[in-house]
Design a protein around this ligand. Structure first.
Ligand code: B3K
Ligand code: ZN
Length: 883
């Protein structure tokens, strides 16, 4: 629980550590409630330290100290040290030479509901140390720039803890009396303590192996609870794919003889890259065709890749301090995005990532918690594992990739690895390596690391028939964000191409430059800049911000006809999809105004024609085609409005979906039937695409009050042998009036009650339903015997889905949704501050709504903030959003 006034930590106050730790010998005697930890540290005063004769301050929280011994001989007495709720201060330690400190303490994993440090999940003991969880295990210099070699011995009961794991290689093991056994692990690589891990429990293991580029054999092991062993093969294959990809694309090999992954049911986020011993949320490991959807399969491969890629970008080279988090996260997300793009469809993957960025990260950038990808202050670092640090961070790395080209980027990476292997470094070091390897100056580009907010780009086009030129005048600006009123211009790469009247690409030649290419990268560096294309006998259509070459908002006047043309002809898969989004976005925006002014609604025929055209083409990539048929989401539309009107957005968007379903019923039915086959267990792009398009069609058709379609859904629900089809059918049954709704829900629950991840889907679907009884349903879900606040996945499935994926009911004008969320945040905060703080998110955007809602949301935020025992996690988010 928090101090009276939680203090912020500032980047500008960074100082090198006063002491360094060379080696750590850990010994754990494991017990659910009384785990004994003995830690022997070999320390030295840091020659680079700025302060003279500093006391040794070790971080530690919730620890029961038993004893401290200096240099293996002198037991310290209470006059030698001082304990605060957050630290152990030893006044007098040798300043001129190396010394050892042996600290013995006790911890209670069972009482650890925050799931940070050593905790219990279904009887298994496991750890989560990033960012600052190691201090809940033992007293330590818990900061990433203190890197040490760890040796870890685990002692435990043979029956309760037959499997004993830690980082590195197993170097010894043996039996003790009283049915105890022990294992010693040694990690040959120096690492910060946030990468430490231990796992102990009754686990089954799937074994595999991988031969590296240089011919070394690496053992691969995936550990899960016994009943899950039949759901690990996809994770194993994903790991092998990731290892091969990092060798091919980055020339990076794995460095230990063993790579272990453990799946646990209670986990605050997705997964954790502990050296040689990744710990994963079961959600990103377990998959069987009948329990996991196609997108689950894809996410598993993506997250396995992400954690694996951290071995180089995060572990071998780590962060100097937590302000540099994007150094490892932004870069690693970029790497996992490219991996997934190569493994699936580049076009689809890019669009999905941009969609997420624009709906969620842009909202963060426009809200009270906005921060640069390298923040300059925080109260609780766990609050900064954000979409900004991760996803926008990845976009910043992607822009460097765009500016340097694939080869230049690879050279920059090689230099970065060569310069900094084994070090804890800064974002600036990364950019410097890119500059040095390519002989370019990225000083202006560095503003992306320091300035928050989403830049807005205004583009005006001017065709001059006499000169046969087209001039694009581009202006950039960036709205103020907390603590940053004025922004300097960014260095923005804008990829552009031109298309002639018959839809063919036109060669681009920029005035004053040689050469003609299918596309160019416009380097926008000033607040306003003009770019002139020459040699254009006719006015071309402009395709701009191709592949979403920068994380910006683009404002450019374009007619519906122009957008429809780009939707048909743009050769860039992103821009083509984007043209469709802009087209339907403009139409829905018009309809929102009609709803607000009680005007009758009418759908512009151009969108029907455009959809018809998409439906009538033959597509190689049916997943891409499915995206072309997707309308902007309600949250994306909300992002575009001055004052968010959830009801008008829902009504207008539903009107468009329903009208399209009515007008295109025949085409949608044909496409559904053509692609409805039993291909369970097949996960090639073809089968995935067919399932995807079929379910998009069914979702449109479910809007029609049509018995035949209801039967299709019900039949698909009961005959599907794969989760993609089954859950898509169930969603349609739950989200629209359907006579068999209760029956299907009951059937599904009974069938899957032993599979927690499937039951999460059952909860999530109901919590996000737009049907009128949704709120009452959510209340009853929170009283369901399978609901509990101590399992983060379940909390996210119910509370998260309702507050983040059900805008219509969350924002009901009587405020019941807000009160519901606040109640749960307050209750959850006592158990798990990290998850509580994340759940609070939806209330923080109160300024975006009408006055009534603003008041209701604010009241709940104030209620949360004024709870006397509130954690600093929740306090930081609540207080900043009320400022
Ligand atoms: N590095 C971890 C995140 C740790 C979050 C701590 N609150 C997972 C990842 O990004 O790979
Ligand atoms: Zn990561």
């Amino acid at each position: 629980m928090r101090d009276a006034n939680p203090q912020a930590v500032y980047l500008k106050n960074y100082q090198v550590p006063d002491y360094l730790i060379h080696t750590v010998d850990l010994n754990f005697t494991l017990d659910e409630q009384q785990t004994r930890v003995i830690s022997r540290l070999s320390l030295i005063r840091n020659p680079a330290s700025l302060s003279s004769e500093a006391a040794l301050i070790l971080a530690g929280e919730n620890l029961k100290l038993i004893r401290i011994v200096l240099n293996d001989e002198q037991e310290l007495t209470e006059t030698d040290y001082h304990i605060t709720p957050e630290s152990l201060i030893i006044h007098d330690v040798p300043q001129q030479r190396a010394f050892t400190l042996t600290i013995e303490n006790e911890i209670n994993p069972k009482a650890n509901t925050a799931l940070e440090g050593l905790y219990l999940s279904n009887g298994m003991l496991c750890t989560q140390c990033e960012a600052e969880g190691f201090r809940k295990i033992t007293y330590f210099l818990d900061r990433p720039d203190v890197m040490a070699k760890f040796t870890t011995t685990l002692v435990g009961d043979k029956d309760r803890y037959p499997v004993l794991l830690s980082n590195g290689n197993k170097i010894a093991h043996g039996d003790d009396d009283n049915n105890q056994h022990w294992v010693t692990w040694e990690d040959p690589f120096s690492k910060p303590c946030y990468l430490f891990a231990l796992v102990a429990g009754q686990l089954d293991c799937l074994e595999g192996s991988f031969t590296t580029l240089s011919g070394r054999n690496v053992g691969l092991q995936i550990f899960v609870e016994q009943h899950d062993i039949d759901k690990c093969s996809h994770a194993m294959q994903s790991l092998k794919n990731a290892m091969a990809w990092d060798e091919q694309v980055y020339g990076r090999e794995y460095d230990l003889d063993l790579y272990m992954i453990v799946a646990v049911s209670h986990f605050n986020m997705g997964a954790m890259e502990n050296k040689g011993l990744n710990i994963f949320n079961t959600k990103f490991v377990l998959a069987r065709p009948d329990t996991a959807t196609d997108s689950d399969y894809e996410h598993i491969e993506g997250v396995i890749g992400h954690e694996y890629f951290h071995n180089w970008t995060g572990n071998r080279i780590t962060c100097r301090d937590w302000f540099q988090l994007s150094l490892k996260e932004g870069f690693t997300v970029f790497r996992d995005q490219e991996f997934t793009g190569d493994r699936t469809s580049k076009a689809v993957n890019r669009i999905e990532n941009v969609n997420m960025l624009r709906t969620r990260q842009f909202a963060e950038d426009a809200g009270p918690m906005a921060h640069p990808i390298r923040p300059d202050a925080y109260i609780e670092i766990n609050n900064f594992y954000t979409l900004t640090v991760y996803e926008k961070g990845a976009e910043v790395v992607r822009m460097i990739h765009t500016l340097l080209g694939a080869d230049g980027f690879r050279q920059g990476c090689d230099l970065y690895f060569q310069r900094h292997d084994g070090q804890a470094v800064t974002c600036d070091d990364f950019v410097s390596a890119m500059e040095a390897a390519n002989g370019i100056d990225l000083s202006q580009f560095r503003r992306w690391y320091a300035q928050a907010g989403t830049p807005i780009i205004h583009v005006e086009q001017n065709y001059n028939a006499k000169d046969q030129t087209l001039t694009l005048t581009i202006k950039q600006s960036c709205p103020p964000t907390p603590g940053q009123a004025v922004k300097e211009p960014f260095h923005i790469p804008i990829t552009a191409g031109l298309i002639d009247n018959s839809g063919n690409p036109v060669k681009c030649t920029l005035q004053g430059q040689n050469g003609a290419n299918d596309e160019v990268i416009l380097q926008l560096t000033a607040a306003e800049q003009a770019f002139t294309f020459t040699g254009l006998a006719e006015k071309p259509a402009v395709s701009i911000l191709r592949n979403f070459s920068a994380p910006v908002k683009l404002a450019m006047e374009r007619s519906l006809d122009e957008l429809a043309f780009l939707l048909s002809y743009d050769s860039d898969t992103f821009s083509r999809w984007e043209a469709g989004q802009l087209l339907s976005g403009q139409i829905i925006t018009g309809l929102i105004a009609d709803v607000q002014q009680n005007r009758p609604l009418q759908l512009a025929p151009i969108i029907i024609t455009a959809f018809k055209q998409v439906l009538s083409q033959s597509w190689d990539d049916l997943s891409y085609c499915s995206l072309l048929l997707g309308l902007p989401s309600e949250s994306y539309l909300a992002e575009q409005m001055q004052v968010v009107d959830v009801e008008a957005i829902h009504t207008a968007r539903e009107f468009v979906v329903c009208t399209l379903a009515e007008q295109l019923q025949i085409e949608l039915e044909t496409l559904y039937l053509d692609n409805h086959r039993d291909e369970s267990g097949q996960f090639d792009a073809g089968a995935i695409g067919r399932r995807r398009i079929k379910n998009v069609c069914l979702s449109f058709l479910s809007r029609l009050d049509d018995e035949k379609i209801q039967q299709w859904s019900e039949q698909q629900f009961s005959t599907a042998n794969n989760m993609t089809d089954q859950i898509a059918a169930l969603a349609n049954i739950v989200n629209h009036p359907h006579p068999a709704k209760q029956e299907c829900l009951t059937q599904f629950y009974q069938k899957w009650q032993q599979e927690a991840l499937v039951i999460d889907k059952w909860f999530a679907i109901q919590a996000s339903s737009p049907m009128p009884d949704a709120f009452a349903t959510v209340i009853s879900l929170t009283r369901h015997p399978a609901f509990n606040l101590s399992t983060p996945n379940r909390v996210r499935a119910v509370i998260g889905s309702f507050s983040q994926a059900n805008p219509l009911h969350f924002h009901t004008i009587n405020g019941q949704g807000y009160e519901f969320l606040a109640n749960h945040v307050i209750a959850l905060d006592i158990l798990n501050p990290q998850v509580a703080s994340r759940m609070l998110g939806p209330l923080t955007s109160w300024r975006r709504f009408d006055e009534t809602r603003q008041h209701l949301m604010k009241t709940q935020l104030e209620r949360v903030m004024n709870c006397p025992a509130i954690s600093k996690d929740v306090y930081e988010v609540a207080s900043k959003s009320l400022m």
